[in-house]
Design a protein around this ligand. Sequence first.
Ligand code: FES
Length: 147
Amino acid sequence: MAKKKEHSKAGGAREALLSMIKEEQLNSGYVADKAMAEIARTLGLPVSDVYGVATFYSFLSTTPTGKHVIRVCESVPCCLRDAEMIIAQIRGELGIAPGETTSDGRFSLELTNCIGACDQAPAMLVDDEVHGGLTPENIVEILRSYD
Ligand code: FES
């Protein structure tokens, strides 16, 4: 019985873990080491568990990001519709490679797996907004619409 209760307690902490990490990401823009340690302490979990979750999901970041985060889909359907060209266009427009942030802190560029917009491939997210049917021309327009 005591063992079952222990499992239930650990299960509850693990359920709360992703919510707390997401909240930190929303509030701070990323999940810092200090925040991971605090979440681990609060939930009574090892910091390695928190780190494991925070680094597993591509929508979470453990380093500071730009004001807007561009996530270009690099899964097969988007690749087949020339996602590489989209990445090259963004690199040219912003002067950053995937994993980098513009010097003015306006944009970070990341690559991600499918974002559920395969029917609009090639597609990307800017923050939580989906943009599909990307072309070199509309990429520039889309990026300029973000302040
Ligand atoms: S494969 Fe790119 S959105 Fe699904």
